[in-house]
Design a protein around this ligand. Structure first.
Ligand SMILES: [Zn+2]
Length: 304
């Protein structure tokens, strides 16, 4: 593992921090679609992130319908145990990614509004404008200069691309060269994540057999799928951070001010600045955090 990757919090701790940030920001935006208006709030969709952070295992039990062989044949029983383990390994990061993406998708709807004001300012013609919230959000990043990027963002996007290229190669997706070429833009990897989510939503995403028992798989496919899903979870979370640190509408939470007041005395900088800076590095191990381990240490030192 390289020095940058070594800095990272575990994915579950990272997601827990992100869920807390979304709750404390408590930002709200109206979203109109098909003539109906809905209010989207960061603290509502933070629940998806919290559940993802607490998700240990999504169990698949091949014994549910074992077939007659398993009643008396030992190898068949072993194969069923292996199958349960294999698909449980598979389903856990897959489900986690879906949960995180659900939060990202709600955030897209909040960002759509920001995109609309940017294209108005830039006088972009009606027919050149994006329609879906997900594409609006991606373009918003492309059109916005001087974005605050999460720490090690470029490194993590480039790592993701390595897995994505292998995914394309192993499963014959034939993605275009342009899709797979790193262009240095902030929205580069969000387009890859959206693609992957569409593969899952439309049933294209491969469900492979246990390589120890099934068919043509060598083991490379499973290793790749596990890495790809793990990195997709990480990057989807980093994109939530990227949107929040650049397009938030301020902190709307009482308790967080008590914590940040304390920090203001310690670090002598603006509270909002500190909080926004924290959003860009909450995936990195540090002294400050909303997870119980760091929060408890902090609480002992704060006078409310
Ligand atoms: Zn690294």
């Amino acid at each position: 593992m390289c020095d940058k990757c070594k800095d990272m919090r575990s994915l579950s701790k990272h997601l827990y921090e992100l869920a807390s940030i979304c709750t404390h920001l408590n930002n709200e935006e109206k979203y109109e679609s098909n003539g109906r208006t809905r209010v989207i709030n960061t603290s509502n969709f933070s629940q998806w992130l919290k559940l993802a952070s607490q998700m240990k295992s999504v169990e698949i039990d091949a014994w549910a319908f074992p077939g007659i062989d398993a009643m008396w044949c030992r190898p068949a029983a072993e194969a069923l145990d292996a199958e349960s383990e294999h698909f449980t390994n598979y389903s856990t990061p897959l489900t986690k990614f879906i949960f995180i993406y659900n939060a990202l998708e709600e955030l897209y709807k909040m960002m759509a509004h920001q995109y609309d004001s940017v294209v108005d300012q830039l006088n972009i013609s009606k027919k050149m404008r994006m329609r879906s919230a997900s594409l609006k959000s991606s373009k918003l990043l492309e059109l916005s200069p001087d974005l605050i990027l999460p720490v090690h963002f470029e490194h993590l996007c480039k790592n993701y691309l390595i897995y994505y290229e292998e995914y394309d190669d192993l499963f014959g997706l034939e993605l275009s060269k342009a899709t797979l070429e790193y262009n240095g833009k902030a929205n580069f990897a969000i387009d890859l994540i959206r693609n992957l989510r569409n593969h899952i939503a439309h049933g294209v995403f491969p469900i492979i057999e246990d390589p120890d028992y099934g068919g043509d798989y060598t083991g490379n496919e499973k290793r790749l799928i596990m890495n790809l899903l793990g990195h997709s979870c990480r990057l989807a979370a980093l994109y939530i951070q990227l949107f929040l640190s650049n397009f938030n509408t301020g902190i709307n939470s009482g308790p967080v001010y008590a914590i940040l007041d304390f920090y203001e005395n310690e670090i002598e900088c603006d509270i909002d600045e500190f909080f926004i800076d924290y959003i860009s590095k909450l995936h990195i191990e540090g002294e400050f955090g909303f997870n119980p381990e760091e929060y408890e240490k902090l609480r002992d030192r704060i006078e409310y």
